[in-house]
Ligand binder design. Sequence first.
Ligand code: THG
Length: 368
Amino acid sequence: MNHIVSHSRRLRDTPFTPGVEAAGVKAYTVYNRMLLPTVFESVEADYRHLKTHVQVWDVAVERQIELNGPDAQRLMQMLTPRDLSRMQDDQCYYVPVTDDRGGMLNDPVAVKHSDTRWWISIADSDLLLWVKGLAIGAGMNVRVFEPDVSPLAVQGPKADALMERVFGSAVHDIRFFRQKRLAFAGRSYVVARSGYSKQGGFEIYVEGSEHGMALWGALFEAGADLNVRPGCPNLIERIEGGLLSYGNDMTMENTPLECGLGKFCKPAEGSAFIGREALASELASGPARQIRAVSIPGGAVIPPRKAWPLLKEGVRVGQVTSAAWSPDFGTNVAIGMVDAGHWQDGTALTVETPQGPRAAHVQERFWA
Ligand code: THG
């Protein structure tokens, strides 16, 4: 492999791209038609640094869909089996979004500002089109659009220390998956305790692209003695923590129960979300397959570019969709989708990698 990605207007920069490129980003992926850094020093060096210090991540690719108007709450509840009826105005919820057959269309974070104003912080699929179509089809009084809002994440054990220096001690009062508006440079931004790592930290929803680099610069200036570095969602760390990647670990072909998101599928009585009948029948029968942690002992694998078949005595019983060598656990950590009957803790399978077959063990729990 020795190729680069061609740039054009269709492949969007982010407000933080000048900072990311000045820092020497080594690789990008494409996510929501936008650049997402994947490597700065190396995946392993970035991993160690993330688990030890603090990083600033350009996750502007987590694009927002704003629902704004009297029917915003009703539309939001139509999108997801998760019961939103008790959600407070300062909460964020991880919400499966399902189609009429119960297939996963996205797994975003919903940010509630009020009953009439929501942001949906999306994973990599064209959810805006679905939401706009539903709103129009249902004749709802709500505006659905992509606002100029770009998340910047601060992740790692020193995230609280760094954030306090830039936003003040109020950051400590923000509980997990809650958000608060905090001032910076004469403006205020939604700051949530959330992010795509298990190391703890915050996400700042920067409103107005032109303000992005000022915040980026302030975080690096304030955190010099904390060894702050630019980072990005880390493949090894997110597999250890069991954080799912839409389009990799699950697609529209999978249901939330298959994805292990059953705890977010306890809808209120009579809730009118799309996919209700499909969920009800799957709850009765049980999912046909489910996400599992899979360990692949032995030497380091090359992370998959396609799903790797999981076999039991030569018969396909699932697939591995994310895998990487974990320095901390001394094994390859992986995420797989395993058929019912084969997903018990300790089940021994074979995984077919492009480099040949390897032993694989199904685990009940992820590593972190
Ligand atoms: N933050 C924001 N938007 C996002 C992501 C994010 N959009 C895209 C993508 N990530 C969506 N997917 C996820 C997957 C996992 C989590 C968040 C978004 C996550 N899960 C926690 C866990 O599994 O431990 C907590 C879930 C919970 O208990 O509510 O954080 O990262 N803004």
